[in-house]
Every structure is written in C-alpha cells, then in structure tokens.
Design a protein around this ligand. Structure first.
Ligand SMILES: *Cc1c(COP(=O)(O)O)cnc(C)c1O
Length: 219
C-alpha cells in the first residue's frame, strides 16, 4: 500500500520537486517499506524520534527535520541531519551553528515564515529576518547554510486562501534571493505543500513538498 501511495504522489511531481516522506509517529516497518520502494528522503518533527529512526535504518537516507525545534534537542540530530526546515528564530539558528561546529560540518537550513492566518503557526516575518541579517551576531555564524524558505498554509478547504499564502511565500523567497542571496546558488529551495495542498504548492513554485498521510495513512 505504501508503495502504491508513493507512486501516486510521484506521478504528479515535476522532476525539479523533491519529495520528503513525512514519517512522524509511524513505525520503522513503514519507513522500511517506503525505503524498499525507492524513497530516500524522510521527514520527522521530533528530535529523539528522528535520531532513533536514523540509527535503525540504512545510512543512505537523507533525514529532514520539519517541526518546532528546541535548543536543547539540536544535539541529537546535528551529526547527520540533511536539512532543517523549521528555523523560526535567531536563538535556534545560533544553537544549530554551535552544534554544527562541534560536529565539524555545515548544516543546511530553511527559514520558516509565518504565512498562515492561524496564530499558532511558528515562523519569522520578513522584517524580523531582515533585522537578523543586519546583526553582527548573525553574520559571524559560519557553520549554517541558509538554502531557502519554508511555510505552512492555513488549514482550510478554501484553496484560494491556501494559494494566496503560497504566492506570498514565493514573493518572500524572491525578495530574499534578490536582496541577500543574489550570488548564492544554494539559496534555491521553497518548502511548501503537504498531503492536502501539494499540487497547488507546486503550481505556485514549490521545490520541496512534505507529504505524510497521503503516503503512510492518517495519524
Ligand atoms: C505533519 C507535517 C507534514 C505532513 O502533513 P500531511 O498532511 O500528513 O501530509 C508536513 N509538514 C509539517 C511541518 C508537518 O508537521
């Protein structure tokens, strides 16, 4: 079933769009099944669960962290995580940088923006990011690489609202690209789109979709 579901999602994907299979709360056996069907990128939203699954599964998997991250949990994932989507404040960026130094590596991250109507969704505003970019404390961080932006749309059936929020994230991406990352080839990713809205997200410029329930079933 997982194999067929993966196939269905992939059928709709242009070749430039990366699929993160969101396996949070699902047992190792489910991830193994997706792995056997060819999936190599998995996303989790709890640091300890991610570390545990990484230890139990093949080493050629790329692990993405997609959830709210506490500073005291970064150490569990810093040695291997391939991309952290959910950087939403300077404090966590600073912590990721220091853990990256300890592990002699550079950790790739996305800046999460608040694009939804709901109060509860985390993320930067464009102003807060631009202020951060101006600060010395930010500019001394050398072991993080910002490769793009991430956002979550409002949980609604109204596709017009969702589409406009995705358009907004694309505008934020273009603004940052043009003003701060013009010469950076690596600043190229827009992580948006989940099970319910990934087709809309792709139409609006997504380069990474994060799909859980459509692959692994409801949680
Ligand atoms: C759970 C989760 C997803 C996947 O959601 P589905 O609706 O199951 O596809 C994507 N992104 C984030 C940040 C999540 O927490």
């Amino acid at each position: 079933m997982i194999k067929e579901a993966l196939h269905t999602v992939k059928q709709h994907l242009p070749s430039h769009v990366l699929l993160v299979a969101v396996s949070k709360t699902k047992p190792i056996s489910f991830l193994n099944e997706a792995y056997k069907a060819g999936q190599r990128i998995f996303g989790e939203n709890k640091a300890l669960e991610l570390a545990q699954k990484q230890g139990a599964l093949p080493k050629d998997i790329q692990w993405h962290y997609i959830g709210y991250l506490q500073t005291n949990k970064v150490k569990y994932i810093a040695s291997f995580v391939s991309l952290i989507h959910s950087v939403d404040r300077f404090k966590i960026l600073n912590k990721i940088n220091s853990e990256a130094i300890k592990n002699h590596r550079i950790i790739r991250v996305l800046l999460q923006f608040h694009i939804a109507k709901e109060e509860s969704k985390f993320g930067f505003s464009i102003d807060s990011v631009e202020n951060m970019f101006k600060s010395n404390n930010f500019n001394i961080l050398k072991n993080i690489e910002i490769v793009g932006v991430m956002g979550m749309a409002t949980f609604t059936r109204d596709t017009l609202i969702v589409r406009n929020e995705f358009k907004n994230l694309k505008i934020i991406f273009d603004h940052l690209k043009n003003n701060y990352f013009k010469d950076s080839e690596s600043f190229s990713e827009i992580s948006m789109g989940m099970s319910g809205d990934y087709l809309t997200a792709i139409e609006e410029g997504s380069t990474i979709i994060r799909v859980g329930s459509s692959i692994f079933g409801s949680r």
